[in-house]
Design a protein around this ligand. Structure first.
Ligand SMILES: Nc1ncnc2c1ncn2[C@@H]1O[C@H](COP(=O)(O)OP(=O)(O)OP(=O)(O)O)[C@@H](O)[C@H]1O
Ligand SMILES: [Mg+2]
Length: 247
């Protein structure tokens, strides 16, 4: 089992879009996948049109509920989800007020879900305790980077956090970077790609996710992009990302 947290404190860089579409593509390739929505915004949950649920990750993080009791199936074969909504927002403060092992609440709970090939965790746009718990529980942190002028600004914050976690755990937390929302019509887009690859080298995925209106519209259909139109470049790109993650 491989656990991948999707994280970047920068808002709107494509975390949820990547979490949902990567999970769905991995499932389409025959993997058994669990998507954990660890964001009180509940965007991944909404994107997959999951609406009727009682307990959320809040109960798991605070009241010590078993994660397996929270799992919901989705319309996609091979993809399950643990949903979230705004109630999870209270967890951040309550975890902060704990004194022992507050970074390690999620890890043991996730590690017993070993019937899954991959667990993907969507995180909120901050580096608070929810994100830290997701990173501590993971083997790899996938950092989406919007292909824009400010692409790498603030990146050192998550790099430093990953380093601190690696040192604290005594194991290497692997960081991988994904360029998103690339607009091939602009010269700046190409420059940003060159700059990011120059800085982060082989840790950047080969595939770049193009800017796509279809991708932005997909949540309103409650489906991942490949179920709406598998032929659009953004759908092909997420399928390639799934291949790179499997490799
Ligand atoms: N490749 C893309 N092309 C066009 N629109 C995109 C693309 N990726 C994401 N979007 C849109 O950009 C917005 C932000 O994306 P998304 O919700 O995935 O980011 P996020 O990092 O999860 O945001 P937050 O930090 O609020 O959780 C959404 O409206 C989404 O539909
Ligand atoms: Mg999000």
């Amino acid at each position: 089992m491989e656990v991948v947290a999707i994280a970047n404190q920068k808002g709107g860089c494509g975390k949820t879009t990547t979490a949902v579409n990567l999970s769905a593509c991995l499932a389409a390739k025959g993997k058994k996948v669990l998507l954990i929505d660890l964001d009180p915004q509940g965007s991944a949950t909404t994107h997959l049109a999951i609406s009727s649920f009682e307990d959320t990750m809040y109960e798991a993080m605070i009241e010590d509920l078993n994660l397996s009791q929270l799992i919901k199936t989705t319309e996609i074969n091979g993809l399950d989800i643990i949903p979230a909504d705004k109630r999870l927002g209270r967890a951040e403060m309550e975890i902060a007020s704990k004194s022992i092992a507050r970074e390690r609440i999620l890890k043991p709970k996730i590690r017993i879900l070993d019937t899954y090939d991959l667990i993907i965790i969507d995180t909120p746009p901050n580096l608070g305790f929810l994100t830290i718990n997701a990173m501590v529980a993971s083997d790899t942190v996938l950092v989406p980077i919007q292909t824009e002028f400010f692409a790498i600004q603030g990146l050192s914050m998550i790099l430093d956090l990953a380093k601190a976690i690696s040192e604290g755990l005594g194991q290497d937390l692997k960081l991988r970077y994904l360029l998103t929302m690339y607009d091939a019509r602009t010269k700046m887009g190409k420059e940003v790609i060159t700059r990011v690859r120059g800085l982060l080298g082989e840790d950047v995925f080969d595939v770049v996710i193009p800017r796509s209106i279809k991708l932005a519209e997909a949540p309103s259909y409650g489906k991942p992009i490949h179920m709406i139109d598998p032929e659009v470049p953004a759908a092909i790109a997420y399928s390639q990302l799934a291949d790179e993650v499997i490799a």
